[in-house]
Design a protein around this ligand. Structure first.
Ligand code: PLP
Length: 370
């Protein structure tokens, strides 16, 4: 029995050759390829600046550092996210304030943000969970009303659109990740996009040891640079991004159609303002208990079908329970949503018969008590 993974990077000979050529050139650290990748990236998302870094976590950290977020400041973010979003706030010794998600979209909402704003709030990090854009315009309105900076954690949403605008050009600053399960991968890697000249300049310095000229260090910086090998891979990968999304659309259209009338399986709910989902993950919500979900996951895995449970929410992570007194009951809407979610395979190269197996196996296990 062949195992169907939940995600798989799309890598071709062209990708391998691009990396090979850079290695042979002997110029391996940040140079022309990184510049070229940044140029192509900013054109793709229609942003003024694109700054490449070594991973997405560093990207969030650099944005917060660039904005001068510090001890005593509060940053609002969803509990339903990957640990990096929250950890980056801790790197700056600021306080993460966790918000509930919308029970249908799993994204943070303007209402949940506004409820948590205090006079210490300096920034909001909104996350496009599973690659589905948040309601950017409404979140921006709340941020403007309270003079709070809007940071978009778009780690998962490269290629998605909000009201026909590319993710990467909408919030004052966005970050992306190029981890191998993303639509564009560089192995590890990240990108920041913004139209803010001052912030971009500061982030560029922070990325490279706080230098404003060679070996002249004017601030505490980091080595968060991207390598030429990563950038060479990214350039080739970015060229096929729209095709990757189109292929993923074909797969998810089939899932949507087949799960539409299933009383046990809820396909992703997509609001009208989302004009393209990135389909980083296809998350179904099952009408069952946590035990039933885990049982279903076990059965699927035994049948050779890979799944991924979404990241356990931040309020349930031991680090955050110990430091901030959260527990699994702190954010009940997020907790309830998380206990029902299962990510099922969506990747380019997956065979039609594999998808048919996933659907029929799910239908079979869900029709009896799972
Ligand atoms: C929502 C979110 N934010 C941030 C990151 C961090 O990115 P990276 O793994 O590249 O550090 C990820 C991970 O991929 C993520 O899913």
């Amino acid at each position: 029995m062949t195992f169907i993974p939940v995600a798989s990077a799309y890598i071709t000979e062209e990708d391998a050759k691009a990396v090979y050529d850079v290695v042979k050139s002997t110029w391996l650290s940040q140079g022309k390829k990184v510049l070229e990748f940044e140029e192509e990236f900013k054109k793709y998302v229609n942003a003024k600046h694109a700054i490449a870094v070594n991973n997405g976590t560093s990207a969030i950290h650099l944005i917060l550092a660039g904005l001068g977020i510090k001890q005593g400041d509060e940053v609002i973010l969803p509990s339903m996210t990957f640990i990096s979003t929250a950890n980056a706030v801790l790197y700056q010794n600021a306080t993460p304030i966790l918000a509930e998600c919308d029970p249908k979209t799993y994204n943070i909402t303007p209402q949940e943000i506004e409820r948590r704003i205090t006079d210490k709030t300096k920034a909001v990090i909104a996350v496009d969970m599973n690659g589905m854009p948040v309601d950017y315009d409404e979140i921006q309105k709340v941020c403007d009303k309270h003079s709070v900076y809007f940071i978009a954690d778009s780690a998962e949403s490269l290629g998605a659109t909000y009201k026909y605008r590319k993710i990467g050009e909408i919030a004052p600053v966005h970050m992306f990740s190029f981890f191998p399960n993303k639509n564009v991968t560089t192995g590890e890697g990240g990108m920041i996009t913004t139209d803010d000249d001052v912030l971009a300049e500061k982030i560029r310095m922070l990325r490279n040891q706080g230098q404003n000229g060679r070996y002249n260090h004017v601030m505490l910086g980091y080595n968060y640079r991207m390598t030429e090998m990563q950038a060479a891979l990214g350039i080739v990968q970015l060229k096929r991004l729209d095709w990757i999304i189109a292929e993923k659309n074909k797969i998810t259209n089939v899932y949507n159609l087949r799960f539409k009338n299933n009383p046990h399986i809820n396909p992703p709910f997509i609001p009208n303002y989302v004009t393209q989902h990135s389909w980083y993950m296809y998350a179904i919500s099952i009408n069952g208990t946590l035990e039933e979900r885990d049982n279903l996951v076990k059965k699927l895995n035994e049948a050779g079908i890979g799944t991924r449970l979404s990241f356990p929410p931040i309020h349930s992570q031991p680090l955050f329970c110990e430091r901030f007194g959260y527990n699994v009951n702190s954010l009940p809407v997020t907790q309830a949503a998380w206990t029902k979610l299962i990510d099922i395979p969506v990747w380019v190269g997956m065979k039609d018969e594999d998808q048919e197996k996933i659907i029929t196996t799910l239908e079979k296990f869900c029709s009896v008590k799972f």
